[in-house]
Design a protein around this ligand. Sequence first.
Ligand code: GLV
Ligand code: MN
Ligand code: MN
Length: 443
Amino acid sequence: MSENGNSPVGAGGSSPSAGPAVPTLPLAPRNDGPQPGGSSFHEMWRELRPIGRHPDSGGYRRYAWTGADLECRDWFEEQARARGLAYEVDRNGNQWAWLGDPAAGDAVVTGSHLDSVPDGGAFDGPLGVVSSFAALDELRARGTDLARPLAVVNFGDEEGARFGLACVGSRLTAGALTTEQAHRLTDADGTSLPRAMEAAGYDPEALGADPERLARIGAFVELHVEQGRALDLTGDPVGIASAIWPHGRWRFDFRGEANHAGTTRLADRHDPMLPYAETVLAARREAGHTGAVATFGKIAVEPNGVNAIPSLVRGWLDSRAEDQTALDTVVGGIEKAARAHADAHGVGLDVVRESFTPVVEFDHGLRDELARILGKDTGITVPVLGTGAGHDAGILSGRIPTAMLFVRNPTGVSHSPAEFAAEDDCVAGVLALADVLEGLARR
Ligand code: GLV
Ligand code: MN
Ligand code: MN
């Protein structure tokens, strides 16, 4: 049983305080000898690769609390136990693997997520989790003497692909999503988050803010594949995050009148597809004017018949900008255009903001410390980059000092099966993360 009462049925989740003996510092080499992070990375990567990969698209479909996600979670638990780390699941379903006693406080935590967007790439999330275990292996191989507890975490439902809200696990933990709000989330089939968690063996009644847990963490460092080409352009394998753009998701419901596609005169139609289409074009225009981005990437149509004028077109807007003013301008402009087009077609419109994350400026002290650690022996200046992508580290940054490392992505493609990072760069990421953990936690 985990300390907050959320334990996977039959998984034997253990609390660091009440469960099996917590490993003592320094890291004890395993019987078969310490395996450096670079080599353990490849082995773990191979194991994780087939899970949830669609044979046709080659993309990953690891949606929260589905079979593929649960297989990934089993893999996480196996990695923790194989290393003699104390494994636990917190009240929000996030998985933790502890080295040292979490109750000692001032822990250094690293990790990311294992779920994916629809047909996502292999790296977004898993690169951070696999690199975290590999970095611990690297420290073991170095025989590092640690003064602070370390943990690897897998945050649940980061992408929000199933229930529509990103970073559910970290939002709940940080108190940025209430239990009641979480209980109201449903997927496209009408299954609620509580029922999905229950079916996966977790207790949805345990969901809620976890300030005691956060109070024990002195720093959270998330390694992530870069989702743009900045590092490719600077020629560096690894960078440090500066900030995350403010971003959100808005649902646009255009309500018209279902009717026969063959017999209804054009003049008599109230077709919601038309203002929706105009709104998509307006989003592109508005984003172009403000230097922001705006994307309608998901749509639901009712009744969704080839020979029926739709009664409802529901489109989801994802928009992000460098600052709040630009984001307000672009979303305001899109909504205004949508209303005008809906009126012109005699169609109703509701716009609902489903989620929002304000600008994140990562902790300057921690960021500078990472830069100092990574440049110490080499004198290299590691690039510091902003990003338009959301992360659990961004959610937690309002509560605890957080930082991020990015690993070069030569094409910048992400949220696609084409997402990529070269093996050498992945290993460079592992070693950079190991240096950071060592620099922050060494005795
Ligand atoms: C998560 O990857 C997001 O930026 O939406
Ligand atoms: Mn993502
Ligand atoms: Mn991610």
